[in-house]
Structure formats: C-alpha cells, structure tokens
Design a protein around this ligand. Sequence first.
Ligand code: ADP
Ligand code: MG
Length: 575
Amino acid sequence: MVRLTSEQHLRDALRRIDGKGYGAYKDLRGGYDFSRCVVFVDHVQGDPFAAPSLLRVRVAQKAAQFPRELFSNRPRRIALEDYLTRAFGAACRRRPRADRGSGKSGDIFTASCSQEVLERSSARVNSEYVELRFFLGLPAFGRRIAGRQAEEMFFRELPEIVSCSLVYSNLPAPEVLRHVETVEDATALRESLAERKLVAFVAEGSVLPRESGVSDLPLRGEVVTFETPGSLRVELEGPNCGRIAGMGVPEGVTLIVGGGYHGKSTLLNAISRGVYDHIPDDGREYVVARGDAVKIRAEDGRFIEKVDISPFIGNLPFGEDTRAFSTPNASGSTSQAANIMEALEAGAEALLLDEDTSATNFMIRDERMQALVAKEKEPITPLIDTIRALYDQRGVSSVLVMGGSGDYFDVADTVIMLDHYRPLDVTEQAKSVAQEHPTSRRVEFEGRFDDLRSRMPLARGVEARRGRRVKIKARGEDAISFGREQIDLSAVEQIVEQSQVRACGWIIHRAAERLFDGKRTLPEVLDLIEEELDEKGLEAMLPNLAGDFARPRRYELAAALNRLRTLEVVQGQRA
Ligand code: ADP
Ligand code: MG
C-alpha cells in the first residue's frame, strides 16, 4: 500500500526541489490526497528526455458517480474503461499547451486507442472508484527541476482533465451509454454466431472501407454501405439494439470472388477485425466474427520451430522431416502452411485468407502444372485440396478471397461475389459453372488434420533478460524487442495496437517462467494464461506498473511466441 499524504505536502515538496537536479523528483513517489481525487506517482522518469513518469489518478465513486449499470457486466465494464481512457486522452489534448521546459516536460497523455475497444490496463472501474493511469513529463529546464511548472500541471491542469473526463456529471451521458451498449451488443452478436452456425456477420448499412492504407478511420464521401444478399440474410439479436439484419457468413468453405478493386479485401479485413469490438461510428460496430477466427497469410523469412506441416508439405528436397519442420527462413508456402498449423494448434476454428497475401503455389496447382510437374516432385499440397478436409475432419471453416481461380468452386459451400462493393450470393451459378466446365485436375490430398503432433514449449528458449534486467519493448505494432531478440509481428494482422504487442511480450515472459516445462502443450499453456487473465485481470501477468497495455487474444500470443527465434519445443506424438 502506498502511504497517502496531503496535496499540500506535494506543493511543499515541489517548491523545495524547484531548481534542483532532476534526480530530486524521485522523492515524489507516493500518493497524494487531493480534495476530489488521489494522485499516485508510481514511477519517476530519469530525465526530462526519458519516457515520461507513470502516474495514476483515482476518483472515489462518491465523487465520480458512475451509474452502476454502466459497468454491471464484463463487456460493459471493459467498454466504460475504454471510454474513460479515450475521454481522459481527449481532455489531455484539449488543454492549452504551455511551454514547460525541455524534452517531454509538460506532456500529459494516456494510452492511445485504436478504433477497437480492448480490455486495457489504463483504466479501472469498480463500485468504489474509477482509476486512470497516465504519463506525465515532469518538467525541467535542462536538468534543473521546474517546480513552478510542475505545480501548474498538478494543481491546475490535472484537476481540470480529471474533472472533465472522470466525473460522470461532466461527461455526455448519452455518448457514454452508447459506447457501453454498442460493445455489449457486439459481444452478444459475436457470441450468437456459433449456435447459428455462422463464422461472421456483417450488419446491413455497415461502412467497411477505411480512409486509407494508413488510417483505420471510416472512409468518408462516396461510400457504398453494406447491402445484404437476400439468400444470406440473417437476423441476430443484441440486448440493446434488438434484432439486427445483415449477411451471415456460414460455416464451411466460403469464397469471396469478384473483379479487382470491387471490395473483396475490404470485406475480408472488416471480418478479420470483427473479432474485436469497435467504437460507435466506426462503421463496423456490428461486423462481428467468431473470436476464434484467425487471419492467415504468407510470411517468407519467418522462423519456424518443429511444426507439423505435413498435411501441406511433404517430401522436401534433402528429405527434411515435415512432421517436425524447423527453419530460420521459411519460404512463402512453408510459412503459410506453418501459420495455418500454428493457428489450428492454438484453437482456431475459422481461417481467413486473402489471395493478395498468399503464396500462389500454396493456394493452387492447376491441371497443366500437374501434368508437367509430377506430384512426386512437388512437396506442396495446395490449399484447394486441403481446405475441405480442414472442415470435414476438424470443423475448421475458411473464408477465402479468391478472384483468380475458379477451380475453388468445386470445394466451396458458399460463393459471395462483390460487384461494385455490393455482395451477391452466386453459389448456384458457381456450381453450375463448375459443372459446365469441369476441371480435370486431380485432387492431391491424402493426409489428415486430426492426428497432428503436439508441441511443449521449454522455458530455456525464452529469455527476456538482457544482463539482469527484463527488457521488453514494443516497436510499434510490428515488433517486440524481447531480451536480445526481435520478434517480427508485421505479418500478424490481427494485432491492432502497440498496447497488445507490449502485453504479448510480458505475458510470454511471465508464462515461460511458470508454465513452460516441456510437458504442458502449447494449447494447455494458452488455456492457463487465459484462465488467469479472466480470473485475476490483465494485470496478473503484466509488469508492476503497467500503463498502456491491452489484452491480446490467445492466437496473437501464440503467434508472438512462435516467431521468437530462440524458441525451443519438445514435440509429442499427438495433439
Ligand atoms: P479488391 O480486394 O476486390 O481488389 P479492395 O477491397 O482492395 O478491392 O477495394 C478497392 C478499393 O475500393 C479500396 O480503396 C477500398 O477502400 C475501396 N472500397 C472498398 N469497399 C468500398 C465501399 N463499400 N465503398 C466505397 N469504397 C470502397
Ligand atoms: Mg484485394
């Protein structure tokens, strides 16, 4: 427990250390009782150019007064915490900027949030208080403490930010409620998919396209809002939105076809983000996918540790064993095979693939190529021959963007065609085309997806320390710097925030110490991690002072671990 002292105590301390060397700020660590909130200084930065200090502010519900129903269940609480993080961040950005000194002096900010609503470490709401974690650049000119500037920040700016973001009566009540209800609805829609035998649902009127390749905001202007093809129309129900109509993507094998630039990838990407909830007005609030849907792509150059890729890849040159395939440098096709097998291992029940990001030789091998290159000389069994077995043997569905090969008509249950961004159900036409133009390619698959080898990770390959200190840093959304290693996540498309990247690194570190024993299989480890996070909260597996972290799914955790180039696993007989 942090000992609390008065705000006057803080004021006195700031006056006392004014003009001294920066190190004197260390004395501020502790908690201060302001009239309407408590401010904790948890970690003090080393100098004004370093990452800003980590603080917390706690407002008792007596003063904050958030109605109980805004956090009465898990999705609502997560949504409210997400909302408060955004409101606090917006208040920080709104305040007039004063020059408070060198480097990061004067900065106040909190977790930066994407269009997705995630379980975050930045805010806590319960019946006693609301608490927000934030970063504050303790001000200095050069290395001399600017005590007066700090006083302004603590006694004028911060109370203002807190008052307009963490006190219910100062927030726009309908907007808060909408945030919470939207998330609760999306969660309910997502949870109803499995029993309706759907992989995904896209509500009518959704806005799928994004502003640009680098902005996830909804496209404005000439947008074709989503229309439901009649035959795929379903209605789902949310507790607040009631019945809502849209397109249901059924289990099985679904193709998304259509001309180039007609919106195929946009639809698939929206579905792939549908594993998360979105903020109101995102356009994809009611685009939901099963929580176990995993986007798969080719990723040449990646590291692979003893993955059973034998259903896809057999007799490699030099007789490498594809039941325990390892490489520091995978090819396009072997990487895509490993990505699928690892997703299955982690528990994926739906795979999302786009021809744009797939290896051609992994997707298709046509009649003429079969005639020219004998099966014995081609290690790859293309997805076209395995995709049905994935569903028939393991119940794993696929949604596949495939504008380039009609051979897939033979294996599809549903074919959706995009025409000027409008989806049509062309399943029947595709079936009759397949009958009228039969292919004489031979089906090449004889393997099985139901007796895969298990993998048990070892702790010794997972070292987050550099010297004596644990060093884990996110490098944007695309990499983790983990001890001496760099984990490349640029091909892990369902990571949406840096905060998740950071959490992946820490959770792997914590799990390795306690759970990697060469006996527990990877899915068992993932189950234990999820259980602990569910029971004890996200913080249970994060560093002590976790400011900006968000919970990753088990698939992204597994993806990060699988890309750690020092990972070692013991392979077992059966999964
Ligand atoms: P495809 O994968 O079929 O080649 P994309 O999904 O990449 O096509 O979309 C092509 C372009 O059209 C993108 O710039 C995208 O933002 C835009 N777009 C997609 N869907 C819509 C829509 N419903 N309304 C307006 N523009 C869209
Ligand atoms: Mg495309």
